[in-house]
Design a protein. Sequence first.
Length: 329
Amino acid sequence: MFVLNQNYLSKKEGFYYSCPWIEHGLVFFPSKITMCCLCGCEPSKHIIVQDNFDGDNFNIERIFKNKNKFRYFHKKGKIHTNCMNCPFLKLEAWDERNYIDSLYISHWLPCNAKCTYCYSNKHPDDFSKKSYKIFDIIKKMFESGILKRNSKILFGGGEPALLDEFENIISFFINNGFQNIRVHSSGIKYIPCLERGLTENKIHIVVSVDSGSREVYKKIKNVDCYDIVRQNIKQYAKFKTSSGIANVSAKYIIIPGVNDSISEVDNWLMANKEDCLSYTILDIEENWYLDNKDNVPQHIYDLLNYTKQRSIEMGTKFELYERIERLLY
Ligand code: SF4
Ligand code: SF4
């Protein structure tokens, strides 16, 4: 539903409020295609562009028709209720041509971890349907010029190491010059097909460890795989770019009450240093964030600032994922 909101009325000719995902983004989830993956915005409020999707009924004209509907209403200051107040809405002279340059692939289910915070725990219905094949869809989108070579490609999950088309898809992207691929993995199973992309600076793999110790890892992931995950991170980090960057990150999702202590963060930072990582990446647990975003305790801000400071001291690039970034800015 689109609702008129005075804050989004544009007074500038040719400008209107929109976001990169409305304009040129696409997300493949189990049984549906959505506009964006902004899970941290409002739970269960994805903007569906195609429901009951089974892989065979892909209809790009329908998707672009949907995007054009958004443009039509947003130009009138009528904003989709699920987008209202989203920090990604910006007043710009958007490029209204129909193409995709942000693709989020998150349509499969199997995983070798059982994270307490996994999206699948809270949305079992989304995961009750059969998975589908996506490689042919990607090839067709690229070959018809719809999917741009300069696209941002993101893999969500399930676990990519368990996706049977994963190696073919990665080879396809690398061979066709895609430069901006981010893979989220549990890190439990090593994925050799990523090595070339890491060295060529085309792929960044993000392994969520969320801990600096075996005990806390096990509590969060419900599997006893801390050592193997750290070993795999270390192995990925050997495939540095020509300028010496390790395109692998050990992401830390802060889960208040579980891993929000300075000592746990310190152990994690130390392990990253030992593995010669180039990035420090933080996020915050989605369900906690949605319940507490207007009342965040001071010690979370302190932890954030402490990690940022330590990252600077260690010479690593500090990155915040969207949710936690919104707490700071
Ligand atoms: S919720 Fe935000 S990111 Fe998602 S489509 Fe709407 S404005 Fe864009
Ligand atoms: S690694 Fe990702 S997909 Fe697997 S259980 Fe954890 S959150 Fe879920």
